[in-house]
Design a protein around this ligand. Structure first.
Ligand SMILES: Nc1ncnc2c1ncn2[C@@H]1O[C@H](COP(=O)(O)OP(=O)(O)O)[C@@H](O)[C@H]1O
Ligand SMILES: CC(=O)OP(=O)(O)O
Ligand SMILES: [Mg+2]
Length: 390
């Protein structure tokens, strides 16, 4: 039986899932944690669960390299599911730049072209490409497919893609791309089942995970996104600052004497929930903490999210439905409640009991804007793209 493997690389973890190629039934999924932490003594961890969520493996892996971790994964899959070797592997590649949108079979030439986008997605691009390179070596005969986070946003009008910079910069590719496209694509496909005909209307999807962004949809196509040239813009995130006055960056460099590398570290890895709270990047930890700084971080997260959602409504002429998704969007009623409270003036009335219960519809029956919680599944989008290459 043939299978497809999906890989979704973040800054320190790599999520995988294995599907039966014939009907895209999930066989197992899991993640490898602490990859790339070369200097500390934390162990690389391997977790796998079956489709029902039952634990299949919780193990330590020697080394922190993608190649070693992926060899471990392939050996484990071989032992667990004899004869089910992947016929194609799909990789989430965060940045496709101006050149790449459709899923693409990776070669040395395309990998090199994608390397040049690393400065535009330093937390993601090198890890996605390292995984793809390792797989090309480990399984040279198997198609390695790149699926781009930026692709879904290609439908945006040019006006939404432009910065107010001289045109030459836009022509060089300095423009808004948008990210979390696999997640938005999945949600766009799920919308009719929940919203009926309203799915084609004015919808904003808030992807609130470790990275967070929001996307304005019309006719289930991306019209605008809070993330731009890089995955730093827009909402506040786990360790990223989100929208910031660019004058701050000039001040940090010119007056405080910070290097470009230090500024990059600050904005990508030391800001957001972690930076404001001084405690953690993780919403679970912050919600459980009595520290005022943790509560301040949550308050700022909600305020920035509400503001970005409201701003996106301009691109679609108003709002019919708001959808929450990803780790925080799916599991934190308090964050959803606060964001909805700040959007009440638009006509959004939260059903507190439904929200507390993580129900699918969390707005009241009389609310003029409906609000929803829909679980995302980037892996399903990756698997669907890969199956065409089996
Ligand atoms: N089951 C859960 N219960 C509570 N919070 C969760 C859960 N899963 C994820 N989160 C929260 O969501 C965030 C991570 O979101 P997630 O979508 O898993 O991120 P990513 O895929 O970008 O790594 C963290 O702040 C975490 O606290
Ligand atoms: C683009 C991005 O921010 O992705 P993630 O949420 O996986 O960090
Ligand atoms: Mg994610």
């Amino acid at each position: 039986m043939r299978s497809v493997l999906t890989l979704n690389a973040g800054s320190s973890s790599l999520k995988f899932a294995l599907y039966r190629a014939a009907d895209l039934t999930l066989i197992c999924k899991g993640q490898i944690e602490n990859l790339g932490h070369l200097s500390d003594d934390s162990h690389t961890l391997f977790h796998a669960r079956d489709a029902a969520g039952k634990a299949l493996a919780d193990a330590e892996i020697a080394g922190h390299e993608h190649a070693a971790a992926l060899r471990y994964l392939l050996d484990w899959l071989d032992r667990q599911y004899q004869g089910l070797r992947p016929a194609a592997v799909a990789h989430r590649i965060v940045h496709g730049g101006p050149r790449f949108a459709e899923p693409l079979r990776l070669s040395d030439e395309t990998l090199q072209a994608l390397d040049t986008l690393t400065p535009l997605a330093p937390l993601h691009q090198p890890h996605g490409l390292a995984g793809a390179r390792s797989m090309l070596t480990l399984l040279p005969e198997v198609a390695q497919i790149a699926c781009f986070d930026t692709a879904f946003h290609r439908s945006q009008p040019e006006l939404q893609q432009r910065f107010a910079l001289p045109d030459s910069y836009f022509q060089q590719g300095v423009r808004r791309y948008g990210f979390h496209g696999l997640s938005y694509q999945y949600i766009a496909q799920q919308l009719p089942a929940h919203l009926g005909a309203a799915a084609e209307g004015r919808v904003v999807v808030a992807h609130l995970g470790n990275g967070a962004s929001a996307c304005a949809l019309l006719g289930r196509q991306s019209m605008a996104s809070s993330m731009g040239f890089t995955a730093l813009d827009g909402l506040m995130m786990g360790t990223r600052c989100g929208r910031i006055d660019p004058g701050v960056l000039i001040y940090l460099q010119e007056t405080l004497g910070m290097s470009v590398n230090e500024i990059s570290q600050l904005l990508y890895q030391q800001s957001g929930l972690l930076g404001v709270s001084g405690l953690s990047h993780d919403m679970r930890t912050l919600s459980a903490s009595p520290e005022p700084a943790a509560q301040l971080a949550i308050a700022l997260f909600c305020q920035q999210a509400a503001r970005e959602i409201a701003a996106l409504c301009v691109a679609i002429g108003g709002l019919d439905a708001l959808v929450f998704t990803a780790g925080i969007g799916e599991h934190h009623p308090r964050v959803r409640a606060e964001i909805c409270r700040q959007l009440q003036w638009l006509g959004l009335d939260l059903d507190s009991a439904a929200n507390q219960a993580n129900a699918a519809r969390i707005s009241t029956a009389t609310s003029s804007i409906s609000a929803w919680v829909i679980a995302t599944d980037e892996e399903a989008m990756l698997a669907r793209a890969a199956v065409a290459y089996c």
